[in-house]
Structures are given as C-alpha cells and as structure tokens.
Design a protein around this ligand. Structure first.
Ligand code: ARG
Length: 460
C-alpha cells in the first residue's frame, strides 16, 4: 500500500491511519481545484515553450487537466484522503487519464510553489469579490444619506448626547470607512497577485523555466524575486485577513449602533422583518440578531488573523508543513466577510428610520449648549467664560425640566446681559447643523459635496 503515495519511493511501511487523517488537507484544500488546475495548465504550457516538454506532451497534459476539471465540476471526481492533498489527487487522476506523460507535469515544480500559486490565485478572487460587494455597500450608504438630508439626530460622544448632526452625515461616515476598506483591498491585491511558480521546492530549479510567462498566462501582475521568500511567505494571507478584520470592525460598529437604535428607548430605526427575529417565549420581541451575529462573527475573523500570525511567527525558512494551516482560517474569514458585507448592504437598503423619534431625542440632553456658548463668544465673551455661563444656564434648565430654547429671554438674560432676542434662532437644532459650515462638517454644503464626491467615485 506504501506505493500509492506519489512520494512513496523510499517508504517501506504504510502511513498510520490516524496520521493519514491528521496530515491530510484534501478535505478542505479541494476548494482550490480551479486555481490549481489553471496553474498546472500554465506550467505545462511554459514547459513546452521552454523546450522541456514537447508541444504534444503539453497538449495532452492540458486536455487531461480539463478532463479532471470537468469530473470535479460534475461531482464525478473521487477525492481520496490517502492522496493527502488536492495537488496529489489531481496529479494522480491526471496520470490515470493520460498515462505516463502525467508524471511529467511536475517537472521543475514542487508542491511548495504549486500551493503558493494556487492559494494566491484563490485569495485574489476572494478579494475581487470583497471589492465588488463593498462597492454595493458604499452605494447603499450614499443613497441612504441622499434620502435623509433633512433628518437630524443627536450626535454622541461617550454615548452621551453631544451635538446635532444630520442622518446623512452619519451614514456618510460609514461610506468613507468602507471606501478606505475598498482601497485597502485593492492595494492588497497588488501584492497577492504575484506568481511564486518557478521557486520550486525552495532554491529554484535547473530547468530553464520562465516565471514571467506563467504570470502572464494567469493574468498576474508580477513574479517572485527570491525563491526562499516565494515558498515561505504567507504575508499575502495575513494582509488579506487584516483587511477583512478591519472591514468586520467597521461592520461591527454600525451593528452596535443599529442595536442601540432599535431599542425602544431610542426607537431610531424600524428593523426590517426580514432582518430580525423573534423570541420563543416573549411575544413582543423583535431582536436585532443579524447585527448581533455580525458583531459576534467579527471576533471569529480576528481569530483567523491571529491564528495565521501565530502559525508563521516561529517558522524558519523555507516551507514548513505548519503552513498547510493557512487555508482554513482564510476560507472561514472569506465566507464571513463576504456574507457580512453583502447582508449589511441588503439590510441597510430596506432599513426604515424614525425621524420623529430622532428629533424628539434632540430635545433631551441640551444638544444646543455649544451653540449658546458660541453665541456668547460672538458677543465678545471669552470662550471659557461663555462655557461657564452656558453651564449655569443648562443647570437651571435641567432643574426647571426644560430645554435652553424653552427659557424666556428674561430667564436667559439672568445668566448674561449680552443675550438678546436673536439667541432663539441659534438655539434651533436645525440652525446648529446648518451653521456647521466647516469642511467635512455636518452642514448641508459639506454633506452634499461628500455625496457628490462618493457618487463620482462609485461611477468611475
Ligand atoms: N498540502 C500542502 C500545503 O498546503 C502542500 C505543500 C506540501 N509540501 C510539502 N513539501 N509537504 O501546504
């Protein structure tokens, strides 16, 4: 039985069953079958270009690989754990189909550069998908902003009412975060989409390979420069996992806000039925489970990143089998990041906002106190003194159970004789937002120009 292994030449005894199960990766790395076959086809073609194989041999290999691909896609392919990983499964089936020439495919190649190539191609595809779905999410936040230009709500610091902001401005804060995530994904792709094929096991090879031709055939942006680095580097995985972790962090923050906003004490949003769940015991409940799970899954994706960082940190050059542990964390994170971004986009698209509750919340918490202080500064009072005067007015209003805007002019004047009738205009929440004309502020001009800028970017 020892001879079933493609590497079995020097082995006299069979692998222990437990070891076979423990070391196999085919149960999950078979996900890479498309990329592995594409890489093998490019390798066979370049071997022929370079005169290492004949054109006929390469043609046979390429056709055989297409047959294997067809078998896998139609579900006919029989994956065997005793063949260890997908590479050996595919090569051994190829040899069954095309005969002895199948044994020539691996000329000048090692599984070490083979797996790095297939995995890089796979990660690039995942990142491309993240990019597309992030674009959708950014366009949803931008559209939500555009649809709610006039809606105001309390802006918070320390989760305490601070100053009024427009809902549009709040939505746009997330659009910009996700746009930076999109930029990070694009930047990451540049470094992932580099071919390591030709590094062979670790030292390069004696065959006259042409790595650039392989990269070109696969639509990759470049090739490795150092064979040891090419087979032992997994920073392309870690960088992608970090990028995914940051996307999840941003999602988790909006989830947290939506959970708070859905609480009846806030009542800022109406959770769409399709994106919430009920309780098995409390009939009145409508729970924000989607947001909670997304917040929860964020931790899982961080775990995937930490797992990879930890796996690699103690490894000497070059390839070590530990590196086989790179795939499952990425598959897990990939699935989670893609689904989370996509569901957030769909959920936000149908999210209903309760403008009235937002407006009512503005009246609780003296969100116009800064306006009064600024008004006093405008009348020549130093800011620190204006801050103090306003503080006393707030304390008085609080005891009286009303807002600053509900006090009479006489009441207000008792704190400073600089206060006149014109104070009431600046105490309006709408004015507080309108007057925030600084670049990037919540004022309508800034909000409109943010929307315009994002729309141009989305169109590109
Ligand atoms: N299944 C292995 C992995 O994913 C492929 C490379 C194995 N190379 C080796 N020399 N054992 O890392």
């Amino acid at each position: 039985m020892a001879e079933i292994k493609l590497w079995g030449g020097r082995f006299a005894q069979k692998t222990a069953a437990s070891v076979e199960e423990y070391t196999q990766s085919v149960s999950y790395d078979k996900n890479l079958y498309r990329e592995d076959i594409e890489g093998s086809k490019a390798h066979a073609q370049v071997l022929a270009e370079q005169g290492v194989l004949t054109e006929d041999e390469a043609k046979t290999l390429v056709e055989g690989l297409d047959t294997v691909l067809g078998e896998i896609e139609s579900g006919k392919f029989e994956w065997k754990k005793e063949m260890e990983d997908l590479h050996m499964n595919i090569e051994s089936r190829l040899t069954e189909i095309v005969g002895a020439v199948g044994g020539k495919l691996h000329t000048g190649r090692s599984r070490n550069d083979q797996v790095a190539l297939g995995f890089r191609l796979y990660v690039v595809r995942s990142l491309e998908a993240w990019k597309d779905v992030l674009e959708k999410l950014i366009s949803v936040f931008t559209a939500k902003a555009e649809g709610h230009l006039g809606v105001l709500l309390p802006g918070y610091t320390h989760l305490q009412p601070a100053q009024p902001v427009s809902l549009a401005h709040h939505m746009l804060a997330y659009a910009w975060m996700f746009k930076r995530d999109h930029e990070r994904v694009c930047d990451c792709i540049k470094r992932v989409n580099v071919s390591p094929l030709g590094a062979a096991a670790l030292a390069g090879t004696t065959y006259p390979l042409n790595p650039s031709s392989v990269a070109e055939k696969l639509g990759m942006d470049g090739t490795f420069r150092n064979s040891l680095d090419a087979v032992s580097d997994r920073d392309f995985v870690m960088e992608s996992l970090f990028t995914g972790s940051l996307i999840m962090t941003h999602l988790s923050r909006i989830c947290e806000e939506l959970i708070i906003w859905a609480n009846p004490c806030f009542g800022f949003i109406k959770l769409p039925d399709a994106y919430s769940t009920g309780s098995s015991i409390m009939p009145q409940k409508k729970n924000p489970d989607v947001c909670e799970l997304m917040r929860g899954k964020t931790g899982r994706v961080f775990g995937d990143l930490i797992s990879m960082l930890t796996t690699v940190k103690g490894l000497p050059l070059a390839y070590n089998r530990d590196m086989q542990e790179d795939k499952e964390p990425f598959f897990d994170a990939d699935k989670t990041v893609y689904a989370s971004v996509s569901i957030m986009a769909d959920m936000m698209e149908v999210m209903g906002f309760n403008a009235e509750n937002m407006e009512n919340a503005l009246k609780k918490g003296f969100l116009n106190a800064t306006e009064l202080a600024d008004y006093l500064v405008g009348k020549g009072i130093p800011f620190r003194e204006a801050h103090h005067i306003t503080g006393s007015a707030v304390a008085h209003a609080e005891t009286a159970g009303k807002g600053l805007e509900d006090m009479t002019l006489a009441e207000l004047k008792s704190f400073s004789d600089k206060i006149d009738e014109d104070v009431f205009e600046i105490l309006s929440y709408e004015a507080a937002v309108r007057r925030r004309v600084s670049p990037g502020g919540t004022g309508p001009e800034s909000v409109k120009s943010q929307i315009a800028e994002l729309k141009v970017w989305l169109k590109k």
